[in-house]
Design a protein around this ligand. Sequence first.
Ligand SMILES: *Cc1c(COP(=O)(O)O)cnc(C)c1O
Length: 456
Amino acid sequence: MSRIIEPFRIKVVEQLRMTTREEREKILRRAHWNLFRIPAEEILIDLLTDSGTGAMSSEQWAAMMRGDESYAGARSWYRFRDRVREITGFRQIIPTHQGRAAERILFTCLGVRDRVVISNTHFDTTRANVEFLGGRAMDIPIPQALVPAEEHPFKGNMDLVALERLLGDPAHDVACVIHTVTNNSGGGQPASLANIGKASELCRSHRVPFYLDACRFAENAYFIKLRERGYADRSVAEIAAEMFSHADGATFSAKKDGLANIGGFLATNDDALATKEEELLILTEGFPTYGGMAGRDLDAISVGLKEVLEEDYLRYRLAATRYLGNKLTELDIPIVRPPGGHAVYVDAGALLPHIAPAELPAQALACAFYLEGGVRGVEIGTLMFGGVDPQTNHERFAPLELLRLAIPRRVYTQTQIDHVIDVAAAVADNKDSLRGLRIVEQARHLRHFSAKLEPL
Ligand SMILES: *Cc1c(COP(=O)(O)O)cnc(C)c1O
């Protein structure tokens, strides 16, 4: 069978509500041109995020009924812990309600104040947690990662020359290095095992902890199987285990490759660190056998972590993203090439050169997609990563102005994705008429979630 099809059938459906362009104009104005402020009911195809928006399998729903809601030592906890240990190889597993809780606990316990955290690219919550705790987040993707049109099999790789220089520089007190797999903010691009291994070696020789931000470890592992020499005949689970074997620990959001709607964990082999982390966990997340989760969440994740490593699923998952990405390329819409694992990133900077970064071209494009066809994407550009740099007090800009179209797992059919392609074509036909936006109200941290904007 050469056609890659959805390896599942639909059992429960959720009604979508159609809106008119006039309605969407009003909705956009009411939302202050911030798509996070639009109620989901007023969205047709929601590509805001792949985080927690996936469809669970019948096996996951069945597992939820087995959820044990005991406060301490629930059966669900032991199933969860054993599954995470089996996949990651880490001894200490700390459950958290989301990935960002794992980040906050990790960075608090490592102590990042006046220190540096290095990543291929920090995800927005990762950067915000480092900065909120008084640390400095530095991104060192390989140079090819910043050239959207360039084809490269492992654009999620870390720049090892820059890493070696930073680790050896006495001016930088490096608290930790965290490799994001796949690199979400850098285009959903994978990192190779060679790169992960060498980054890990460099960290070890400088006695700096090396972590994986493992949210999309299964997608990354499948890319390695497809693209890295020597891995074609290895199972995705084996490849994932090898990725984790290079790390001192990991943070994880189960809303991605956990195939669940909520949850996460922090993992390590450092027993002393784990003891500190558990103290903090109890303070804000919950008892160490549930973190911030219900027993049924733990069970949904345990099953999700098994299903996400099935190769029929991963083959379909990457094919779905590639389909959207390649269709946009055929329409001459610039995207980050090649298409990533969980999302397609439209290069709004290249598509809309008449809108300066300060006027938020990717946000303008996001609003245009909504207006045209009720499609919600998310800006990954200066609205998300700009603002005043807490270290220098200067206005900063994102390296790229991207509109991310994230694909929820096992949710949309190919016809619905074809609608997104039609919308993109219509917006691109009228691109010269699009104008930029101005921020009228913003928060100090993670401003993109709540900012109010207006068209220029
Ligand atoms: C989603 C995500 C996080 C944060 O996880 P939450 O569950 O949303 O808190 C961290 N890193 C990456 C790469 C992510 O995609």
